[in-house]
Structures are given as C-alpha cells and as structure tokens.
Write a protein that binds this ligand. Structure first.
Ligand code: NAD
Length: 262
C-alpha cells in the first residue's frame, strides 16, 4: 500500500466536526485532501486552514446528489491525479423519539447517511477499481449502529445500514485490494455541529444536565472516563488506512472511551 504521503483522500461533511478533524489528520500525514460539504465557502475555508490548494481543496457536494458526488470525485482526480481514500462522514442527527419521527425525518436521515454513503462509495469504487492500486473506504458510523440509540430511531437505523454496507463492500471490493472499514464514535460533543445544531440541548435535557456539561457527562459514563474528541476519531482513521494495517477489512472500531456491557 501507498503511504499517506502519496495518497489522495476525499472526506464528506468535512467542513466541521469529526470530518474536519479527519481531513486535518490526513493532511498532517501527508495526503492531499478534498473537503466536500454542503456549503462551498465553508468547505474552501476548511481547506485553506490545511494549506494551499496544492494540498487541500474544498468542494460543494450534497451527498444526496449523485451528480454533486461525481463532481467532487472528478475534482479530486483533476486536482491531485487520482483517489485513494474516501471517508463517508457527512451526517446529521434529528434526535427524535418514535412518535415524533415523521416520514420526512426518516427519509432525510436515510438519504444523507445510508443512501448518501452508498452513492459516494459507488462513485469512489469505480475510480479505485479502474486505478488498480487498491484503496480505502471508511464509514463514520456510530455506537448507535450496534447499541439501541436513545430515542433516535431514524438516526440509529441508518447508522446500522452504514455498518452493513461496510461488511458487504469489504467482501465485494476485496478482490480489488480495496479495504472497507467503519468507525463507531460516541459522545463527541466539543467541536461537533451535530450537538451545537440542537442535538446537544435535547440530549442534555434528556439526561438532566446543563448543555455545557454534556461532554463531561458522557465521559463519566465511559469505561476510561474520558471525553471523546474529534481528533480521537481522526487518529483511528489514520491508523485504519495507514501503511501498517494492511490486512484488516470489514472491521468496526469503537472510538467511545469504552462502553460498559451492563
Ligand atoms: P457535524 O455536524 O459537526 O458534521 C457533519 C458535517 O456533515 C457538517 O459539516 C455538515 O454540513 C455535513 N453534512 C450534513 N449533511 C450533508 C449532506 N447532505 N451532504 C454533505 N455534507 C453534509 O457533526 P459530527 O459530530 O462531526 O458528525 C460527523 C459524523 O460522525 C456523522 O456521520 C455523525 O453521525 C457521526 N457520529 C458523530 C458522533 C458524535 O458523537 N458527534 C457519534 C457517532 C457518529
């Protein structure tokens, strides 16, 4: 496998939060990075923080649009000469219990995360297969793909869908040398727009803690007693796609500071 220093990575939803931390880490590892997000200006700002357009570019891409995904992948190939690594990170959480969840909520959660990552993986796999140089596809799924997410059915169900895409694509793309792995974060409050976008206030109300103490509250529930930061998730992406971990595919790594079984 190629080292990150010679690789081209595309990260969806990378203008903020976990995606931005992943793009930052991969750039630090030496990769050229394409930051794809809903808003062109935000994506370009995030890219500019990583350096010149020789190392990072920002593109507008809504992952619910096959055309916009294709344009982002074309931009990666045009700017950096190929594609090696794709991270399905774009997402949002409506955080609603069953009786409040509308058909529209269900469709939005599934369009962005289940269908969006399917379409990104499909468009990326075409390039990876043609290049005949292997590659990596990463899904930022969630602890909620395995454990029942608290009163958040549409989000958790679509995270479970993503987790199965990892297993299915690991099998299907293995013959092309493409590894497909997932990461299951939990409790990333600081730096995450999902929380600042309203989820944090709702969760804080559910747990009966002030919103600013939510990170510490999550930390206390973990085995290690540590708060999970976007950088911790980014480190896992770097290791999973790095030169040393060549024989691992179809795996999900929890980045949640440990969840007690009981
Ligand atoms: P965030 O809101 O900071 O980042 C999400 C990014 O995705 C934003 O930049 C947003 O603009 C972008 N996005 C949303 N819809 C999009 C679309 N249709 N097309 C392209 N981009 C889109 O949140 P985050 O916490 O950094 O979440 C990143 C990923 O991590 C999500 O998939 C989320 O489900 C997952 N995750 C987060 C946590 C957590 O604790 N924060 C836990 C488990 C999983």
């Amino acid at each position: 496998p190629k080292s990150h220093a010679t690789r081209v990575a595309l990260v969806t939803g990378a203008a903020s939060g976990i995606g931005k931390a992943i793009a930052t880490r991969l750039a630090k590892d030496g990769a050229c990075v394409v930051i794809a997000d809903l808003d062109l200006e935000k994506a370009q700002d995030a890219a500019a923080q990583l350096g010149s357009t020789d190392v990072a570019i920002g593109v507008q891409a809504n992952v619910t649009s096959a055309d916009e995904i294709q344009a982002a992948i074309d931009a990666a190939v045009l700017a950096f000469g190929g594609l090696d690594l794709v991270v399905n990170n774009a997402g949002l959480s409506l955080s609603k219990p069953l009786l409040d969840t509308t058909e529209g909520d269900w469709d939005l959660q599934h369009n962005v995360m289940a269908k969006g990552s399917f379409m990104v993986s499909k468009a990326a796999a075409k390039v990876l297969i043609e290049q005949k140089m292997g590659g990596d596809i990463i899904y930022i799924s969630s602890k909620n793909s395995v454990f029942a997410g608290p009163k958040n059915i549409a989000y958790s169900a679509t995270k479970a869908d993503q987790a199965h895409q990892v297993r299915l694509l690991a099998v299907e793309l293995g013959e092309h040398g493409v590894k497909v792995n997932g990461i299951n974060p939990d409790g990333v409050v600081r730096g995450s727009g999902i929380f600042s976008g309203g989820w944090g206030a709702k969760r804080a109300a559910v747990y009966g803690v002030p919103e600013e103490e939510l990170g510490a509250y999550y930390a206390k529930r973990t085995i290690l007693g540590r708060e999970v930061l976007p950088e911790n998730v980014a480190n896992a992406v770097s290791v999973l796609t790095g030169e040393d971990l060549t024989h691992t595919t179809g795996l999900h790594i929890p980045v949640d500071a440990g969840v007690a079984a009981a």
